[in-house]
Design a protein around this ligand. Structure first.
Ligand SMILES: Cc1ncc(COP(=O)(O)O)c(C=O)c1O
Length: 497
């Protein structure tokens, strides 16, 4: 009801709604309460005309005396004023009348839930669109936009009436079949198309898993350092997260004390640990599967950027290795195509498929079947594989540009990760103070420097920078890299920082 253009018809409608939803007190009282409240809160502005008592009585199905009694009281208290021959108007109330509204109500209703507050503590550093050095942003400048637009147009044009209705199939069948072929061949995922649920990205997959396979208070083991997107989903589902150290072989459950709480979910990025870049060794994979089996836990395998390996061939998925342990494979098109597409998928054990499909259709709804149809063709016709191959080459080059730009800093002690895969490098720093200093200076220059310490949940945090290189072209990398070198070389002495 709040607007400067309050018209008398809107007042009638709002009053009808109010009376239908408020049942305490007489009709006179309720009518008076509603109008007085709106005047006090500024929702009915000074000078607004009220509908005539006859019109109100007729429209609201009230006796005229009822309306007049409420109006008389509002006039008597000075909330409305009569104008001769023209009805009643909202009075000019320079001071809010006593006990009025500017203060917050004394109830908890205005506060966010505890879960929301925890969740928002993970949302402080959303990528604001910079490319150098935002992690996880692909080469948007190299995406085959024209071909994709043509495909999209054709599939939108072909969109059948059935696609316009509510969808409950868990995604378009042709896309699931095309994906299944790709996953079996390229990622050694053990699956049939019926096990695939199309989602709006990996994030939605994590959210579904957290809600459908765990209860509030259950424990999720997560890699330390680890991916904030998954952490946000777990926290908002009310799970307790237990950070598990990552070493050069990947997640190390043996590092936990023997009395550590048993997991319900174990979240891992085995192909390319995010953000450290480590690939989980075979010994660790087998140990993790055994550990999950002992605890009766689900493993969530987030395979977000495994297509981009430079020195060695892609590592087979953990899911394909698991025979007795349930592993849910989470995939996304955000890295291989572009994040705004919002398409990803889950590969689920068959027994879960139907429940996930129904819950997803209820919680999130499905849609974008024309886009899914275009994507299926993109895969089947080989455009996808060609794009991935081109991007692999492009990212290898962009990483080389970054190394070149940072060479003077490296010559003066900056340590970079190996970068055998993925879309970012990690630069190790000496102290958290140094990290903060560099991040702040970068921010002033419009350069997105992500603090490595942010990826840690525990007290012990390693200082460093996560430097995404895939999304920035050679010139941007040279500029931002050159700046970072200068900043590194002029950093304050750790003793004085
Ligand atoms: C580790 C990891 N997993 C998954 C994703 C992809 O998430 P989404 O598909 O929701 O865009 C990202 C994106 O940054 C990521 O870094």
């Amino acid at each position: 009801m709040s607007t400067a253009r309050t018209s008398s018809e809107w007042i009638v409608e709002a009053l009808a709604l109010y009376l239908a939803s408020h049942h305490t007190g007489t009709r006179v009282q309720r009518l008076y309460d509603a109008l007085r409240g709106w005047i006090q809160h500024g929702e009915l502005h000074t000078g607004s005309a009220l509908p005539s008592s006859r019109h109100l009585a007729q429209s609201l199905g009230l006796g005229r005396n009822t309306v007049l009694a409420a109006m008389d009281r509002l006039v008597a208290e000075g909330f409305v004023v009569p104008r001769r021959g023209a009805g009643l108007y909202v009075a000019d109330l320079p001071q809010p009348p006593i006990g009025m509204t500017e203060q917050a109500p004394a109830t908890d209703m205005q506060h966010l839930s505890r879960r929301a507050e925890q969740l928002l503590s993970f949302c402080t550093t959303l990528n604001g669109g910079q490319r150098a050095f935002a992690p996880g942003v692909p080469a948007l400048d190299r995406f085959p936009c024209e071909r994709w637009q043509r495909l999209l147009r054709r599939h939108q044009h072909r969109a059948c009436e059935a696609w316009m209705n509510y969808q409950t199939q868990g995604g378009l069948a042709v896309l699931k079949t095309a994906l299944c072929d790709y996953l079996r061949l390229s990622r050694s995922v053990n699956c049939r198309p019926e096990q695939i649920l199309i989602t709006q990205g990996a994030q939605q997959g994590f959210e579904l898993i957290a809600r459908l396979l765990a209860d509030p208070g259950d424990v999720a083991w997560i890699e330390e350092p680890g991916y904030g997107g998954a952490q946000s989903c777990f926290v908002s589902a009310g799970l307790n997260m237990l950070p598990v150290a990552v070493d050069e072989e990947g997640i190390a459950p043996d590092s936990l004390p023997p009395d550590a709480p048993a997991p319900r979910l174990i979240y891992v990025t085995p192909s390319h640990q995010y953000p450290s870049g480590v690939t989980m060794s075979m010994a660790r994979r087998l140990a993790l599967l055994a550990c999950a089996e002992r605890h009766g836990a689900w493993i969530i395998e987030d395979d977000y950027d495994s297509e981009f390996r430079y020195a060695t061939p892609p590592v087979a998925s953990l899911q394909g290795l698991a025979e007795r342990v349930p592993v849910i494979y989470v995939g996304t098109f955000s890295k291989v195509l572009y994040p705004g597409l919002r398409l990803g998928y889950l590969v689920l054990p068959e027994r879960l498929m139907d429940d996930f499909r129904r819950a997803n259709a209820r919680l999130h709804r499905e849609g974008q079947y024309a886009v899914q149809s275009a994507l299926a063709e993109f895969l089947v016709e080989g455009h996808f594989a060609r794009h991935v191959a081109r991007m692999r080459h492009c990212y290898r080059q962009r990483q080389a540009y970054l190394r070149e730009a940072l060479a003077p800093a490296v010559a003066h002690g900056l340590v970079l990760s190996q970068g055998q895969a993925g879309m970012h490098l990690v630069a190790r720093l000496d102290s958290l103070e140094q990290e903060r200093w560099l991040v702040e200076r970068g921010h002033e220059q419009g350069i997105a420097l992500s603090a490595l310490s942010r990826f840690y949940l525990g007290e012990e945090k390693m200082p460093g920078l996560v430097l995404g290189y895939a999304g920035a072209d050679e010139a941007e990398i040279a500029r931002a890299g050159g700046w970072l070198c200068q900043a590194w070389l002029s950093r304050p002495d750790p003793a004085q920082a």
